[in-house]
Design a protein around this ligand. Structure first.
Ligand code: PMV
Length: 344
């Protein structure tokens, strides 16, 4: 085949046990687990065309939501260059890539997980078409997504995925994520994750810089051990449907992530005053109303509010109250999803 078009929709994810610290070729220092989301997603389309001669540099024309974005295009070229030995078709094809996100670009939501997984899935679909294979190689898609952004490896699978060697699964790997949680209590199948946007500003310290600072963090080794233990405990809690233990571990993970940032050299803080106000309000609501609602955080000030579907009505009132702490009152509703989808 000389040319063709492939298109994927791929979601973001929220880590319950966090990946923080890496080595080698983007390998994680500890295993992580995440809920794959649904509403927050990227749609990417690639038109590919065979080149008459082997390309010295990857050939890419990139548009984001209909507009050219030279800075993004440069990053994609560098990414494709870094994986061209893993996927030789990059040396023989020219690409026109068009991408869009379901969430506003400057909403404070990291788009690397959804965008890198959508891109990797498109590339693997091209490989599938060129080799006339029946299915795409999802492990390889996850591996290539990982090389773009570590957390993107987990977005290739839903509703939950683990990435990194762990005792809870013999199939787990540092190279790629795997789907997980078949034996989990059904309460987690339709868990909600509403994202409270405390700030839409770009983070002052990127995740890449944050991972690098773990190298000299005096607590790093204890942290990596703790993540293994948390994963085992979380696996147990989610299997038995113990939401209270689930919530305890997930909140401890979020605060540990930010404590590691505060204990880095140089130290830094990504939480904002309103992040802490929301955390306190969620705890107060949980204890006074006996409703299992918990928070987690990414590497930023925004709060992910996690709760079972059956409390939707009660939580709607809490959200109305919490919107005062959010920039422009922005709250993005999301929930656990089934993973990426190939679009025709
Ligand atoms: O995928 P990266 O390199 O942007 O790192 C993401 C790290 C966290 O979001 C903080 C945690 C995680 O496991 O997703």
């Amino acid at each position: 085949m000389k040319e063709g078009i492939v298109k994927w929709k791929s979601p973001s994810n929220i880590a319950l046990v966090k990946y923080w610290g890496k080595h080698g070729r983007q390998l994680p220092s500890n295993p992580s687990i995440s809920f794959t989301l649904s509403n927050a997603h990227t749609i990417t389309e690639i038109q590919y065309q065979r080149s008459d001669q082997e390309l010295v540099r990857p050939s890419v024309q990139f548009t984001f939501e209909g507009e050219t974005k030279p800075a993004f295009e440069t990053k994609i070229v560098a990414y494709l260059e870094s994986i061209k030995e893993d996927l030789p078709l990059i040396k023989q094809h020219k690409f026109k890539i068009a991408s869009s996100n379901s969430f506003p670009h400057s909403s404070g939501i990291a788009s690397s997980a959804s965008s890198m997984s959508a891109l990797a899935l498109c590339l693997l679909s091209i490989e599938q078409e060129l080799h006339d294979r029946e299915n795409i190689d999802f492990n390889k898609a996850s591996m290539l997504a990982r090389l773009g952004s570590g957390s993107a490896s987990r977005s290739v699978f839903g509703p939950l995925a683990i990435w990194g060697d762990t005792t809870i699964s013999n199939a787990s790997s540092n190279e790629y994520a795997i789907p997980f949680g078949e034996s989990f209590d059904p309460v987690f199948n339709d868990f909600h994750d509403d994202i409270l946007i405390v700030s839409k500003k770009e983070k002052s310290v990127s995740s890449t810089a944050g991972h690098a600072l773990m190298e000299n963090n005096p607590y790093a080794l204890n942290r990596f051990e703790q993540a293994h233990k948390h994963l085992e405990e979380l696996n147990q809690a989610m299997t038995t449907g113990d939401i209270e233990t689930f919530g305890l571990i997930v909140e401890k993970e979020a605060l540990t992530l930010h404590a590691l940032m505060m204990a880095s050299t140089p130290p830094y803080m990504l939480m904002e005053p309103n992040t802490i106000s929301i955390i306190n309000e969620i705890k107060e609501f949980r204890t006074s109303k006996y409703i299992p609602v918990y928070f987690t955080l990414d590497a930023g000030p925004n709060i992910h509010m996690l709760y079972p579907h059956k409390y939707l009505t009660e939580i709607a009132k809490l959200k109305q109250h919490l919107s005062q702490y959010c920039q422009d009152g922005t709250i993005l509703d999301d929930h656990v999803g089934q993973g990426p989808q190939k679009l025709s």
